[in-house]
Write a protein that binds this ligand. Structure first.
Ligand code: CDV
Length: 308
């Protein structure tokens, strides 16, 4: 029996900072219906898909900051997305800013969830690698204040049995780190879902502007191939609140090849039928089960600790 997932990577065009959650959810539902009509089993939305990416500007007032976060999922504005998914029988992955109470403390996470075709939450990832800075940099044309607005994710990397396979999630900057894919690979991930907000320039590193798209693809193609997994990477695109974002929403096979990619800087569905047995074949080629050496990881951590 072939094990396939037809997946729609739902690239998002810009979201205005004044656009309400309800309006964005309407937009996501439209894409969900299109994906289902195209035979998709799963639609993947981007990082912080419900709002403009507010880490790009400075917010001093805590109560104002909280307005960008979801206190419950689903909440009143997002419930229709869950209901429509269950009605259509399609799963989804959604990135959002999460306000949570952990150990009696209020925490803010950059989160994504995986939802099954019955509309129930299957899994949750909280972003671990937070880029940017904590202090406002008034001379920059835009900020990346993720280090101020978010706590480091406390759930580690996990996989879930869903859609006939084993799936994992990462969020944006997580994709630049080999350990994200490696841990997911060791946990058996056959498909890794990633949402991102990636500007096409970083104010402090103008010399890297020409390499932004290349680095985006390089880390994901390597991560996919070295860990025998499909990677579905979904971006914000176009100019949002003065910040130009790359798009380049991509579906990458375990061979490392990009098999489908967006061609616009707006809302666009990138669709591909992914054969999970390709992941099995590449695991065999790498002899991943035998040749991976998790017993060395503790040793490496120890050695790095000693050097520090
Ligand atoms: N949202 C992100 O994590 N963005 C980073 C940018 C700031 C470099 C990224 O890794 O794409």
């Amino acid at each position: 029996m072939p094990r396939t997932i037809t997946v729609a990577a739902a690239q998002s065009g810009p979201v205005n900072r004044r656009t309400s959650r309800a309006e964005v959810v309407e937009r996501l539902i439209t894409e969900m219906r299109q994906a289902r009509s195209a035979g998709c089993d799963l639609i993947v939305y981007t990082e912080c898909a419900l709002t403009a990416f507010f880490a790009h500007w400075s917010i001093d007032d805590e109560r104002e900051l909280d307005r960008w976060f979801e206190r419950e999922m689903p909440g009143p504005d997002t419930q229709p997305l869950f209901e429509e998914a269950a009605r259509l029988g399609i799963g989804f992955s959604l990135g959002y800013a999460e306000l949570a109470t952990v150990g009696g403390r209020t925490r803010r996470f950059n989160t994504s969830i995986l939802v099954g075709p019955d509309g129930r939450i299957v899994g949750k990832h909280r972003k671990i690698h937070l880029p940017g800075h904590a202090e406002h940099r008034p001379h920059n044309p835009f900020q990346n204040l993720e280090k101020r607005y978010f706590d480091v994710g406390d759930l580690g990397f996990q996989t879930w049995d869903a859609f006939g396979g084993t799936l994992g999630m990462s969020i944006c900057n997580d994709r630049r780190w080999p350990e994200s894919y490696r841990v997911l690979g060791l946990l058996g991930a056959e498909m890794i879902l990633i949402g991102y907000n990636t500007p096409d320039n970083i104010p402090e590193y103008p010399e890297l502007d020409r390499l932004v798209g290349f680095h985006h693809e390089l880390c994901m193609q390597a991560g996919a191939n070295q860990n025998a997994a499909w990677v579905v990477a979904v971006g914000k695109a176009g100019v949002e609140e003065g910040v130009s974002q790359i798009g380049l929403t991509s579906i990458i096979a375990p061979s490392g090849e990009i098999v489908a990619q967006s061609t616009t800087l707006g809302d666009e569905l990138v669709i591909h039928t992914c054969d999970l047995d390709e992941s099995t074949r590449y695991r065999g080629f790498l002899n991943l089960e035998q040749n991976r050496r998790p017993e060395f990881y503790g040793l490496i951590t120890q050695q790095v600790g000693q050097r520090d």
